[in-house]
Structures are given as structure tokens and as C-alpha cells.
Design a protein. Structure first.
Length: 283
């Protein structure tokens, strides 16, 4: 049954106290996973724990951690090892918008902090999780991308750079870990009406430029429901997507409920690749 897709599995979800992370925690709890939820606010995590338990999670533990801290990844996996005998799922959802505006106007420390949280922290968590998954027979990693990973996004150079790099990292790790039964995929969740989007909009048109009208329209219309990307996350963590790895799947635009996984194996569909003239009918 769908509600028990992840029964008996242990999952770490970062950035789990609000927005998409909270939706993922609830969806995975509903699917039967035991959860370790990670975020910066103890109060918000307590509320998230209650919601995941109410959704049906058999057990929910929480850990306060700031992914800007280089020691956070070790602390998170250390807590997971204390709680569990194995890890089955890692969801790298936590992210920050970082500096907004032209690169030469960005605060350099803020730019580097964005790379630390949005790229280096997920990579560090993957590194530790994969080492553990190799000991226990495999697992699934889901990295949240989007936000400029597939096309240039002016005034969001730090965020877009980190997310694009995270996709290529995920493709690479998927190849390296495939023989150990470890699958690594990325999700493009779509534009969601979250606190991060509201923060972006607060910068105003003088900072966002043409992007302001686009973001304002997305906020006004409500954006994509977080539950849609959360459902995709459950799919990629479950045996339903067995064999699917190294892909970037859009929660909004791709028919992920009916993917032909055998046909996608060895294909560059749903990946980041260089376009050559012949791809566009040119010489």
C-alpha cells in the first residue's frame, strides 16, 4: 500500500521544520519511515515532530543543527548512528537564498556561506551517508535542486551555482555508488510559496530587477504545492523507483509517476549536458 512504501526504513531530512522540508517529513512519515529531522530551530522542530507523528511516522527524532557549521554533517550522522543500526534514506533539503543582486554587489562572506549551506553541506552529508549505506546494503539519496540549476538566473549567482554543482555532484556520486546499491537523484520542486520566496520578494524590484515581477506573480498565485515535490521525494526513496539514479526530475513538468525506468538507464534524459550545434539542427 502507498502509505507503507517506506515502512521499516530510516530517513534523515534536513531543513525539516517548515516549507518543503516539513511536507517531506509528513509524506515520509505517512509512508512509514522512521525520521531524524534536522533544522536550526528547536521549537519549530518540535512542531514538525508532532506533525510527522500525526501523519503516521512510527518514530521521529529531531536534531538542532546549522549546516553553515562545518561540523554539522558529522554531528547529524553521529546522531543517526546512535539512533539506528542502518540508514536507508538521506534527503538534503535545507537551503538558504544567499545574497541577491549582481555578483559584484554581493557580500563575499554571504556568497561563500550560500555555497557552504547549499553545496558543501549536502556533499558532506552524502559522503558520510554513502560510507554507512555501503556497510548495510544500499540506500537512496535525494538532493533538492532547482533554483537556477538548469538555466542562468541573474542576481542569484551563489544559489544557482550551488544548485547546478549539486546536480553534477549527484550524477557523479550516482555512478560511483551504483555498484553498492545506492541511488542518488535530484528534484526540481517548482516554485513554492515558502518563507524563502517571501524573503526573496522582500528585496524589492530595485534589487531583483525583472525577476521581481515573476516572483511577485508566483507568490500571488500560490506557486506549486510543496506536497507535490514531497510525493516525488517518497517515490525516489522507495522501491518503486528502483534502478533510477543520476537523474534530475521535475516535480511539476516530468511524468514521474509513470517513468519507464529500464528505458532511462544509461540514457542522458533528465541530466545536465552540453548542447552542441547538431542538437539544434546547426552545423
Amino acid at each position: 500500500m502507498a502509505e507503507a512504501e517506506l515502512a521499516g526504513r530510516n530517513a534523515i531530512v534536513t531543513g525539516a521544520s517548515r516549507g518543503l522540508g516539513l511536507a517531506i517529513a509528513e509524506a515520509m512519515g505517512r509512508a512509514g519511515a522512521a525520521l531524524l529531522l534536522v533544522a536550526r530551530s528547536a521549537e519549530a522542530l518540535a512542531a514538525a515532530r508532532d506533525r510527522a507523528l500525526a501523519a503516521g511516522a512510527p518514530r521521529v527524532d529531531v536534531l538542532v543543527a546549522d549546516l553553515q557549521d562545518p561540523a554539522a554533517a558529522e554531528a547529524i550522522l553521529g546522531e543517526a548512528r546512535r539512533l539506528w543500526r542502518r540508514i536507508d534514506i538521506l534527503v538534503n533539503n535545507a537551503a538558504i537564498a544567499g545574497p541577491i543582486g549582481n555578483l559584484w554587489e554581493n557580500d563575499w562572506d554571504d556568497w561563500r556561506d550560500s555555497i557552504a549551506v547549499n553545496l558543501l553541506a549536502p556533499v558532506a552529508l552524502c559522503r558520510l551517508a554513502v560510507a554507512w549505506m555501503r556497510e548495510t546494503g544500499g540506500g537512496a539519496i535525494v538532493n533538492l535542486s532547482g533554483g537556477g540549476a538548469t538555466s542562468p538566473r541573474a542576481r542569484f549567482s551563489a544559489y544557482g551555482t550551488a544548485k547546478a554543482a549539486l546536480v553534477r555532484f549527484s550524477e557523479t556520486l550516482a555512478v560511483e555508488a551504483a555498484s553498492d546499491g545506492i541511488r542518488v537523484n535530484c528534484i526540481a520542486p517548482g516554485v513554492m510559496k515558502t518563507a524563502m520566496l517571501e524573503e526573496v520578494l522582500s528585496k524589492g524590484p530595485e534589487v531583483l530587477g525583472p525577476e521581481y515581477a515573476v516572483v511577485e506573480k508566483q507568490v500571488r498565485e500560490g506557486g506549486t504545492p510543496p506536497e507535490r515535490a514531497a510525493a516525488l521525494c517518497v517515490y525516489l526513496a522507495s522501491s518503486k523507483s528502483e534502478g533510477l539514479t543520476g537523474k534530475l526530475i521535475s516535480a511539476v513538468w516530468d511524468p514521474w509517476q509513470s517513468l519507464n525506468v529500464p528505458e532511462l538507464r544509461g540514457s542522458d534524459v533528465y541530466t545536465l549536458r552540453r548542447i552542441v550545434p547538431e542538437d539544434r539542427g546547426k552545423k
